[in-house]
Design a protein around this ligand. Structure first.
Ligand SMILES: Nc1ncnc2c1ncn2[C@@H]1O[C@H](COP(=O)(O)OP(=O)(O)OP(=O)(O)O)[C@@H](O)[C@H]1O
Length: 278
């Protein structure tokens, strides 16, 4: 299957500090990849590199088969992006902002636009600069989705949405991806959302992509184990974090270690916390 997004061995430093180290990640049709990482882990940087908005120090990024630093209009029309920062359109009404935005996209779906306006309870005569942060985020999402992009990159898209709107948006997002064969990469700190809708999880820690798998596999094969022998041999699993008498492991399939006293399953939130525990 051809990749909608392919990140191959991406490395990036700022001012001599490594942010992304040899990151490889691919998105295929129907995949909804939740990108996790602490503040400053490099999620936005990775998305910007994916879109060709920033250059990696090394490695290659492609979107819909074309190098990200040379995307043509036809490919850009099939990519949606909602950045973390609020956008312009001050002085516009929601209606005029959408009309202008739609004019750049031949595939704009007015029916989808209307149903999402209703869903987000956005009146089209509202003035953009008077919208709340959450309403602006909702408008940005409509702008990125109403042309049914093949590849959608969302940088913390739901952080400012209330729980009801957020839940509805996330399930719509998933449906849209499945039904139209799109692929989605979204970053979020709300692990429960991610658990509900993502098909895959990618986790960046200290510049490395330490997890990049189907969410069910992550849940099934990740454990927090406690042991008495600090020299325990954990070579049959991938160690995500390790202390003298405990470790977070991936690749668990019922192995038995004599000195292990507890094997605990983890929710995504627990996993996130345990992986970063120092
Ligand atoms: N243009 C830049 N110049 C210098 N440093 C930068 C630049 N862009 C990002 N950084 C640094 O790279 C690191 C990663 O930033 P990035 O915004 O990608 O993180 P993030 O994972 O998206 O964080 P958050 O969850 O807080 O949004 C940070 O330490 C940031 O300060």
């Amino acid at each position: 299957m051809s990749d909608l997004l392919n990140l191959n061995q991406i490395t990036k430093s700022f001012d001599g500090v490594a942010v992304l180290n040899n990151i490889s990640l691919a998105i295929q049709p129907g995949m909804v990849v939740g990108l996790l990482g602490k503040n400053g882990a490099g999620k936005t940087t990775l998305m910007r590199i994916a879109l060709g908005l920033q250059q990696p120090d090394s490695g290659l990024a492609t979107c819909l088969g074309m190098a990200s630093n040379a995307l043509n209009i036809a490919v850009k029309e099939r990519i949606g992006y909602v950045p973390q920062q609020a956008f312009g359109y001050d002085g516009f009404t929601v209606r005029d902002a959408l009309r202008l935005h739609a004019s750049f996209y031949p595939n704009w779906d007015h029916g989808l636009e209307c149903s999402w306006l209703k869903r987000f309870q956005l009146a089209d005569n509202q003035v953009v600069e008077k919208l709340s942060i959450g309403q602006r985020q909702a408008l940005a999402l409509i702008m990125a989705m109403a042309y049914r992009p093949k590849l959608l990159l969302l940088d913390e898209p739901v952080a400012s949405l209330d729980p009801i709107t957020r839940r509805a948006f996330m399930s719509d997002l998933f449906e849209l991806a499945l039904e139209s064969g799109s692929g989605i990469l979204f970053s979020s700190h709300i692990t429960t959302d991610l658990e509900r809708v993502a098909s895959h999880v990618a986790l960046i820690k200290d510049g490395e992509l330490i997890l990049n798998d189907e969410i069910d596999t992550v849940k099934e094969q990740t454990r927090l184990i406690r042991f008495t022998d600090s020299n325990i041999d954990l070579s049959t699993v991938k160690v995500l974090n390790r202390h003298a008498q405990s470790a977070v492991i991936f690749g668990y399939s019922g192995q038995v270690w004599p000195s292990v006293t507890a094997v605990q399953t983890l929710s995504l939130e627990q996993l996130f916390i345990e992986v970063h525990e120092s």
